[in-house]
Design a protein around this ligand. Structure first.
Ligand code: TXA
Ligand code: MG
Length: 329
């Protein structure tokens, strides 16, 4: 992050919500209270805005993000709900439960929210200010906890300010968070529900609705740590990293103003060399270039700084041999 922003803190009031909604719709970052912890919110449908979340947090890699909705009906349009999801949403939303489900065909959320996976984590928070904000924005909000990477989650506005002052536009102060612990994350991608993260909603409560305890993911299971889910992130065709030239049967993932000619197809992540722009385009570009008939996706080098570290981490995982990648090795 090169520029320093003047971070405003506003107390809960209708005018504050209107202002926060305007900032978010313009692609800005707003920290807001939920019942669990403060979230660092961005318009989930805006690639650049979502990329800025990783930048502000200083996250070394692209973990998938939870998308927040004002009500169940809106969440159910972004993912493919099944009977279990409907039952859990009915029982616990709004509330401290996050459901991981397959992305819907017409999912409006940025691919960056899914970190390249085919799934999306969704939740409806139980906090009046958060829901008023979500309604005012009219778009889902991607929001990880509003702390710097590697630090504990903030539960009062002052914690957020201490971590993110100068890195985000606005902090909405809604007082202390009621639950104070992140949401419980459950994956409904497989036959057996998986408890990906214990949190504000006890697993026993889930079991009452599901009729079974959600299973703990195996220690080495990819879903235990989505950031390590290399094989799922990987395009079908192999990646060739640090490419300074390109072959005619290769597709080229380019970066910066100087691009070698002759590739079968080229996508430039950022002709201007802007890492934020590159992050925002990364997952869509990989999908685009993963075309039948090409021998590999050649990837130009990106600088190992700022968001470049997260982008390179993701690219290295995608390029890793598939058998070891599956276990995150
Ligand atoms: O209480 C909460 O959940 C807070 C508030 C702000 O809503 N948010 C939060 O977000 O804790 P974050 O980014 O700090 O944690 C999100 C968790 C991570 O463990 C992440 O790996 C998991 O959810 N997650 C998100 N999307 C996923 C996906 N598609 N598949 C598997 N896990 C996912
Ligand atoms: Mg967190």
């Amino acid at each position: 992050m090169t520029e320093t922003l003047a971070t405003e803190t506003l107390a809960a009031a209708p005018a504050s919500i209107a202002r926060a909604a305007a900032v978010l719709r313009a692609g800005g970052l707003v920290a807001f209270p939920t019942e669990t912890v403060y979230g660092l919110g961005a318009d989930a449908t805006n690639d650049r805005a979502v990329a800025r979340i990783f930048e502000a947090k200083g996250r070394p890699r692209f973990n998938p993000l939870i998308c927040h909705f004002p009500e169940t009906a809106a969440a159910a349009e972004a993912v493919r709900f099944d009977a279990r999801a409907r039952a859990l949403a009915e029982a616990f939303w709004p509330g401290p439960l996050t459901l991981v489900l397959p992305r819907a065909e017409a999912c409006p959320a940025s691919l960056l929210c899914s970190a390249g996976l085919d799934s999306l984590a969704v939740r409806v928070p139980d906090q009046p200010l958060a829901r008023d904000l979500l309604r005012a924005v009219g778009r889902p909000l991607a929001a990880p906890s509003a702390n710097r990477s590697g630090r504990v989650s903030p539960t009062i506005a002052a914690h957020v300010a201490a971590e993110l002052d100068g890195r985000i536009e606005l902090i909405l102060d809604g007082g202390p968070c009621r639950v104070g612990l992140e949401s419980t994350v459950v994956s409904l991608l497989g036959e057996r529900p998986l408890l990906l993260r214990p949190g504000g909603l006890p697993a026993e409560a889930l079991a009452e609705v599901l009729g079974e305890m959600p299973a703990a993911p195996a220690e080495d299971a990819p879903l235990a740590s989505p950031g390590m889910l290399a094989s799922h992130y990987a395009p079908e065709r192999p990646l060739r990293l640090d490419a300074l030239s390109v072959r005619s049967e290769e597709a080229l993932l380019a970066f910066g103003p100087q691009v070698p000619a002759g590739a079968a197809a080229t996508v430039n992540l950022s002709p201007a060399g802007d890492l934020g722009e590159a992050a925002a385009r990364l997952f869509a570009a990989l999908r685009d270039l993963d075309r039948p008939g090409i021998s590999a996706i050649a990837v130009m080098p990106l600088p190992e700084r700022g968001l470049g570290r997260a982008i390179n981490d993701r690219l290295r995982r995608a390029a890793a041999p598939r058998d070891t990648a599956a276990t995150g090795a």
